[in-house]
Design a protein around this ligand. Structure first.
Ligand code: ARG
Length: 597
């Protein structure tokens, strides 16, 4: 049997110059790699914390044989894997850090010395604060990137539909996550601020508009004007006026442009205010209008590269088929020579890349536009822009049935007001509101958490049926439950003092319910890693829900109040660590943790 001693860190003290398995630093990977005769990179990805489930788990970490011996894993039979696990386990010996090593079906299982587990995890969580998990070895091979993330992107004077809301919260999450992991992020809002509808809107405003209303509530007013003028547009005269208005806009007629600019500027001001309620901001408000001129250049480029074909009707198309038989194509120019949505997107993509020189460009847009983005990327590729390989359309499914009491959702603000008032009502019925300093604000934050968790629970690509009742339940897997747990843990700290707890006696944290929380805290970096790989928030959501459940159980069985000082202090420290990780995760998802509710 080969010696295991020296493979692990002694007494929780860091040995410099060796790779820890992950942030927890229990394993000395370079030694482990020698003893097991396996490449260290494989080991880092193959050792993971064992997920905590209802059943108590046997070990803290496991080494997956299938993933460590990646290349031949597929033809390895299960009994073989078990045998391999046994053989590897035999080479290792327990020491001061690892108190137990066993072989399972395809895994080598490690149990960490109980006191060391508590000490190391708590120390790390409290020391790293908001950076806990982020400094993990798992991220060491991931290069830091500059990412441009385009999200929300509503259309001026039109409805802000649920798709825009989904794009807003998903994009915000991706941006938050990337920033937390040390990447540079540009948050961009690409407004629908150009097109024939602005001709109609311009005429509508001349007929039904009101400058005062435009200033005070631009989104609502422009929408109303747009609806009104659409009814009026049945008659030929209005149609003609609209065409004229848009033509003038395209010709940059000063007066026309100035009115359009007011529509845009006032709308953006109001959006900024509403996004703020959601905790969302943008670095850049771009829009289709910017690319009106540049679209012409794109058409020229397509022409020069021999990619632009004219149909009999005079429209411009790009052949996207492999056999060049037009079995698949994209229309990029109207017969009158003007640009289309996709032409503007082509110009926008090229411009963004030139301007920001980013490593990756992400579009967070509903899956109903998958075809559009496929075409966009295909054309960019044909044009010779290899960076298109680094562009990604993050799509999401349809949400059905989101209605407010007033009816259909038209504005983002409707949703925010609705969730706030519903939450306020729920809070009033539980009679706790009286003690809350700002019930409106608390209701809003809790309500938003509910919306976000309901939305992020499944795969983004799946459609779901929206339900206010389900989202706002205080028990079960909801955002309300996360907020409630956070608030309770916070008030526990308030009640018992939350000074930096350093010298706690970890021997006091040996109950199974305490160990479960600690074991779960071990996994946070892996969960962040998964979400960073597939950009799906659900991994973090289910992690936080489990953390809240475990913390709630521990809160019941491990009282702080009335316990001996040493015990109380150790427990307090455990709860503080749980709350800190809970808060970190919630913030990544775009939720502001509340301290009372
Ligand atoms: N404004 C568009 C819409 O509401 C979404 C824009 C998506 N982004 C883009 N680059 N095409 O449908």
């Amino acid at each position: 049997m080969r010696e295991f001693s020296g493979i692990l860190r002694g007494g929780g003290e860091a040995i410099h110059g060796v790779l820890p398995c992950s942030f927890q630093g229990f394993f000395n990977i370079s030694c482990l790699s020698k003893v097991l005769d396996l490449p260290p990179e494989n080991l880092i990805k193959s050792i993971s914390a064992v997920p905590v489930s209802k059943k108590r788990r046997v070990a803290d970490f496991q080494l997956s044989i299938a993933s460590v011996t990646e290349d031949n894993s597929s033809d390895c039979l299960a009994p073989d894997l078990h045998l391999q696990a046994q053989k590897l386990a035999e080479r290792l010996k327990c020491d001061a850090v690892v108190s137990e090593i066993s072989a399972g079906p395809g895994t080598v299982n490690f149990t960490i010395n109980r006191e060391l587990l508590a000490k190391t995890v708590l120390r790390q969580v409290l020391k790293d604060g908001s950076e806990y998990g982020v400094k993990s070895e798992l991220f060491s091979t991931v290069p830091k990137q500059k990412a441009l993330i385009e999200f929300s992107s509503p259309n001026i004077a039109k409805k802000f539909h649920i798709g825009h809301l989904r794009s807003t919260i998903v994009g915000n999450f991706i941006a938050n996550l990337k920033v937390a992991l040390g990447h540079e992020v540009i948050r961009m809002n690409y407004l629908g601020d150009w097109g024939m509808q602005f001709g109609l809107l311009g005429v509508g405003f001349q007929l039904f508009g009101n400058k005062e209303k435009l200033k005070t509530s631009p989104l609502q007013h422009l929408f109303e004007v747009y609806v009104q003028v659409n009814k009026a547009a049945e008659d030929e005269n209005t149609k003609k006026l609209a065409k004229d208005f848009f033509r003038k806009l395209e010709e940059h007629d000063e007066q026309t442009l100035s009115l359009w600019k007011q529509f845009r500027d006032f709308s953006i001001d109001e959006y900024i205010r509403i996004y703020k309620r959601l905790g969302v901001h943008f670095d850049e408000y771009s829009g289709e209008s910017f690319y009106q001129e540049k679209s012409k250049e794109v058409l020229n480029m397509l022409e020069n590269k021999g990619l632009l074909q004219k149909t009999i009707k005079g429209t411009g198309i790009v052949d996207l088929s492999e056999k060049k038989d037009l079995s698949s194509f994209s229309t990029v120019m109207r017969s009158d020579g003007t640009s289309l949505y996709i032409t503007r997107d082509l110009a926008a993509a090229i411009d963004r890349m030139n301007k920001h020189n980013c490593d990756t460009m992400i579009y967070v847009v509903s899956k109903s536009q998958s075809n559009h983005f496929q075409h966009l990327f295909q054309i960019l590729k044909l044009m010779g822009y290899d960076w298109v390989e680094r562009c990604q359309h993050v799509s999401f499914g349809l949400v059905q049935g989101m209605k407010t009491r007033r009816g259909e959702v038209i504005f983002l603000e409707d949703v925010l007001n609705e969730v706030r008032s519903r939450m306020l009502q729920n809070m009033a019925s539980t009679k706790t509101t009286k003690e809350i300093e700002d019930p409106m604000e608390t209701a809003e934050k809790v309500g938003l958490a509910a919306l976000i968790i309901q939305d992020f629970q499944g795969l983004l690509s799946s459609d779901y049926q929206f339900s206010w009742d389900r989202a706002l339940q205080s028990r079960g897997d909801t955002g309300v439950f996360l907020q409630y747990t956070h608030a309770r843990l916070h008030s526990l700290e308030q009640m018992h003092g939350n000074e930096q707890l350093t010298d706690i006696n970890v021997a006091c944290l040996q109950e199974p319910d305490a160990i479960s929380v600690l074991q779960h805290l071990l996994r946070y970096d892996e969960v962040l890693y998964r979400s960073s790989q597939d950009l799906q928030p659900k991994h973090i959501v289910s992690y936080l829900l489990t953390l809240s459940h475990l913390a709630a159980v521990a809160h019941k069985t491990l009282p702080v109040k009335g316990s001996a000082p040493e015990l109380a202090q150790a427990r307090l420290c455990l709860f503080q660590a749980a709350r800190s990780v809970l808060a970190n995760g919630m913030k990544l998802l775009g939720i502001t943790p509340v301290t009372q509710m």
